[in-house]
Write a protein that binds this ligand. Structure first.
Ligand code: GAL
Length: 671
């Protein structure tokens, strides 16, 4: 795994969009504000290979030479997200298709599919050409594969995908009989009698897809994407300098990002646009509405892929396409706040999108640091201030984020949520609420992705695990969770846990199936909650009525519906640990009650007292503690330091009551 040794700042630059006369002053102005890295070329295929097999490296040769001269580092993007027109005209099989097989035509971007052999060959060739030419270039420090794999769409329906889906299933199941059983195709006459009868999801009435098929389709898309990236990584590895890294910028759906990281990358980078969480329709004045603060969830996910990640694209201006999306410009202070949000969650490299707003093309409203007029502006000043803050907080680089618990997830259940609406509703509600509870109570967490290879050690480092709704469960994972509890861990499970097998079927078992031993409960009845009739804010969305088996304590009971008085929350002690089983989805209040019961709430309380409006993040390195306080509100907030500390950005010793202005960030080194 690659890690940045010091904080670094970068920007996304498109030399092909600007007259060459601007390059030098652009690079000099970047260096003057502390930007030492540019990412280039990720959409430049049409210039690099203007005709099939004819390569033209002149523009980037010249630009890289200038970068080397100026001391600017370069991350080169492989341009496979935007195949040129000649390519898709000659090889339409490289294009992606809609579910009905209609080819997506040239234009926009990521209009290709991962599985077309022709496309794979042409991608390999352009990557090989670029890597051979610039792999040893002194200005190059890293490579970005493609751009935002699975962004724009994470579904693929070309002929090449149909063929590859069949191969994938053949490898997985061996026989059609096994596949028919796994998918339950006996329902509605869906039995397939030849592999050629299988397609990626095609248009059907009312979206009535076979859920087993959809689950495998997500796994297939993920696998196709990982292989496509690994194909490129293998070529890059043959040519790059030993210290240079291979990355890609995420984070998108239908993709096992952990596997992508393991099989193709040295380091992970994320594209952070908090405006997506703010938009035009939110109320940023409402101080405990999480708005842009909840973008932190994605940063926690990035940390789960790679503990010390980078930001390849950090929002610097208003967002929007010419024909899609309207977003406000970051207010003074917000650009820096959002960049610090990334840093606080583990980003050691922050590269802003983009140096200057495009004057033409689809993204004319996706604003960069500089505006169309190219004058110095408040955003540039803020980038410089952020760079200065990074220098002041240098000792924090590489520090670990402290987590009071882990939120456990896994790709099988993630993918099942795309196939199972019940599952999706429950899971998304709980995840939002657990995040809100953790944020508002200052109880930080990590996300931990579980798979069949996950070791006991990966779980053991957390005193508590929240695994809200693992509907898909197998014996192996259930055993791992049981071992975790027996060895002293606290496991929290929500409704619908342990219901399905790994094909998404319901085995004829009493719920929660293989988890019954660890929960010490049985589910006697269940239902969605009708908001009109059975609403109880503590137990939202769905109710599993629990029956506590011998030795299991009932902590809370339902207060609504015909099962009022029946258990909703139970606790079972097993070995040195315990398992809490909640029969519903999680509300933020219930999550907070659970934090308190487990003794994990607000682990910073002995050092700091802060209102809900402030985000707190604790980092540790070499026995030193660093506490970030971030104010996403438009008012000054105050906090109280209970121990003497040094605020690193101002370089000032402090204790007691501190004011944090609107959009302000403080980084305290605790003594
Ligand atoms: C990202 C993408 C960039 C740019 C940016 C703003 O998704 O990687 O190329 O489009 O969003 O829209």
């Amino acid at each position: 795994m690659y890690a940045w040794k010091n904080y670094e700042m970068g920007t996304c630059y498109y030399p092909e969009h600007w007259p060459r006369e601007l390059w030098e002053s652009d690079l000099e102005r970047m260096l003057a504000v502390g930007i030492h890295t540019v990412r280039v070329a990720e959409f430049a295929w049409a210039l690099l290979e203007p005709e099939e097999g004819r390569f033209d490296f002149a523009l980037f040769d010249d630009f890289l030479a200038l970068c080397a001269e100026k001391g600017m580092q370069v991350i080169l993007g492989t341009p496979t997200a935007t195949p040129p027109v000649w390519l898709t005209e000659k090889y339409p099989e490289a294009l992606n298709a809609l579910t009905d097989g209609t080819l997506l035509r040239h234009g926009a971007r990521r209009h290709y599919n991962y599985n077309s052999p022709v496309y794979q060959r042409l991608c390999s060739r352009i990557v090989e050409q670029m890597a051979a030419r610039w792999g040893q270039h002194p200005a190059v420090v890293g490579w970005q594969i493609d751009n935002e794999l699975n962004c724009e769409t994470d579904e693929f329906h070309s002929e090449a995908d149909n063929a590859a889906f069949r191969r994938f299933l053949r490898e997985k199941y061996g026989t059609l009989d096994a596949l028919n059983v796994a998918w339950g195709t006996v329902v509605w006459s869906q039995i397939v009698t030849a592999w050629e009868q299988i397609y990626t999801p095609r248009p059907v009435l009312n979206g009535g897809y076979n859920p087993g098929m959809l689950l495998d389709y997500s796994r297939f898309v993920s696998e196709s994407c990982v292989r496509f990236a690994a194909m490129q990584a293998e070529i890059l590895r043959q040519h790059k300098k030993p210290g240079d890294f291979i990355t890609t910028n995420g984070l998108f759906g239908n993709l096992d990002n952990q596997k992508l990281m393991r099989e193709a990358l040295d380091v992970y980078t994320y594209d952070s646009y908090p405006d997506f969480a703010l938009g035009l329709d939110r109320d940023p004045k409402h101080s405990t509405d999480l708005n842009d603060r909840k973008w932190t969830r994605n940063l926690i996910e990035s940390r789960a892929v790679c503990p010390h990640f980078g930001i390849m694209e950090q929002q610097s201006g208003a967002g929007g396409w010419a024909n899609r999306m309207e977003m406000p410009a970051p207010r003074p202070g917000q650009l820096k706040l959002w960049a610090m949000q990334s840093v606080s969650q583990g980003a050691d490299f922050v590269s802003f999108f983009r140096w200057r707003t495009a004057p033409f093309g689809t993204e004319i409203y996706w604003h960069g640091i500089l505006d169309y007029d190219n004058r110095d502006n408040r955003k540039l000043r803020e980038v410089r201030d952020f760079g200065e803050a990074l220098r002041k907080i240098a000792p924090v680089c590489g520090a670990e984020n402290v987590a009071a618990f882990a939120l456990v997830k896994d790709c099988d259940n993630e993918f099942d949520c795309r196939a199972d609406r019940w599952h999706a509703r429950i899971a998304s509600h709980s995840e939002k609420e657990i995040f809100a509870a953790a944020e508002l109570s200052h109880t930080p967490y990590d996300v931990l992705y579980l798979n069949d290879e996950t070791s006991f050690d990966a779980l053991r480092k957390y005193p508590a695990l929240f695994y809200p709704h693992p509907m898909l469960m197998n014996e192996q994972r259930a055993d791992l969770l049981k071992a975790y509890v027996e060895q002293g861990g606290a496991l929290v499970l929500g409704c619908r846990a342990g219901l399905k097998d790994m094909h998404g079927r319901f085995p004829m078992l009493v719920q929660p199936g293989p988890l019954r031993e660890v929960t010490g409960t049985e589910v006697s009845d269940f239902s969605f909650v009708s908001p009109a009739e059975d609403a109880d804010p503590d137990y939202p969305v769905f109710h599993d009525v629990l029956n506590a088996l011998e030795g299991t304590e009932v902590l809370e009971r339902y207060r609504t519906s015909y099962y009022a008085g029946e258990p909703v929350l139970t606790e079972k002690h097993l070995g040195k640990g315990r398992c809490l089983h909640l029969g519903s989805a999680f509300s933020r209040d219930t999550a907070r009650r659970l934090f308190r019961r487990l003794g994990i709430e607000e682990p910073f309380a002995r050092w700091i007292s802060a209102p809900e409006e402030l985000q707190l993040v604790l980092r540790e390195k070499d026995g030193r503690r660093f506490l970030f306080a971030l104010n996403y509100t438009q008012e000054t907030q105050t906090l109280t330091l209970r121990v003497p500390a040094r605020e690193l950005c101002a370089g000032a010793d402090c204790s007691g009551v501190q004011a944090l202005p609107a959009f302000g960030v403080a980084v305290y080194q605790l003594n």
